[in-house]
Design a protein. Sequence first.
Length: 316
Amino acid sequence: MTSPTAADWVIGRGLLGNAVARALPRAPLRRSVSWGDDAAAIEDLAEGLRALYATPSDQYRVFWCAGSGVTSSSADSLSREEAVFSAFVGMFAELPDDLRRRTVVFLASSVGGAYAGNPSPPFSERSLATPASAYGQTKLAMEKALGAAVAASGLRGFVGRITNLYGPGQKLGKRQGLISVVCETYLTRQAATIYVSLDTLRDYIFEDDAAAVIVAGAARAGSLARGSTALKIIGAGRAVSIGELVATIERVRGRRALVAYGPGNATGQALDLRVQSEQWTDLQSLVTTSLPVGIDAVFQAMLQTVARGPWAADAP
């Protein structure tokens, strides 16, 4: 018996979206979306949906890896992001039932968004989601919108609550992710400021490891009952403190990082975000990148990026 072929669409061209696209066995559909204009973005997504289903396939998979919101984002921008996503998942109701029954929709969500207000780590899929910011509320609202659309349209859904994602795909200069921010100090000679306690615990997962779990989970979600949505926490399974993380970066680089420490009152940040997934635990074997190896990959990618730029002369 041969495995069913799938037509895939990856929405989002950031760190996660690009990693998921690389992890798929065949090149997925990738389309530009006018994220700055909500109406145009919705139309772009509708056109993308039409393009996806124009390809005959045994199964259709949509990977929603888009989203520019972070904990500090304004409530207005987060509300717009939620509205665009809700409009998108509502489009599936208009499809013929034969297409809907062959469709899996993945949503990239956030461990920090879901559990920042819950004081009882480690968190599993059974833990009470307790957001502590508008960002967390938005992520949970998007999860709810997907679940409702899946149930109403007979799709199959898969929500991945992801821990702290990092990797070479993070954009240099965007100040995105603590690992990239600290690694960048070795090139810019400009200090990074950390505003949370050094005891803060986070689980860091390498981009390609997260993508491998997502792709495998989406394949498994195709066997769910119609109208069902699976929830999985996607992380490395080992939390480290901010102090340990900085020390690890310094060991990898062989010298001290330029780091300053702020007052430690970052809004919406939980002290302890340890996780212990109880869903599809065998997929944890796909997480294989150690923190030192991942950190070195981030730095080496930065060196390649700046080699042609004004920082080349400052690189060690």
